[in-house]
Design a protein. Structure first.
Length: 55
């Protein structure tokens, strides 16, 4: 399991613990496929360590 998938599953677990129904959650990890920032520096790498929620 990659870092992005681990991060997404951690958020999923937190949301389940807060009472969100399991059938309302879908975890998708794009890893390096869809970066938010394309530069090769610390700032860009930090921007790419993210979880996006769509409701």
């Amino acid at each position: 399991m990659g870092l992005g998938e681990n991060r997404a599953n951690s958020v999923r677990s937190l949301m389940l613990a807060q009472g969100v129904s399991d059938n309302q959650l879908v975890v998708v990890s794009y890893g390096e496929e869809r970066p938010a920032a394309f530069e090769h520096n610390e700032e860009s790498w930090a921007l790419n360590r993210r979880v996006e929620l769509i409701y």
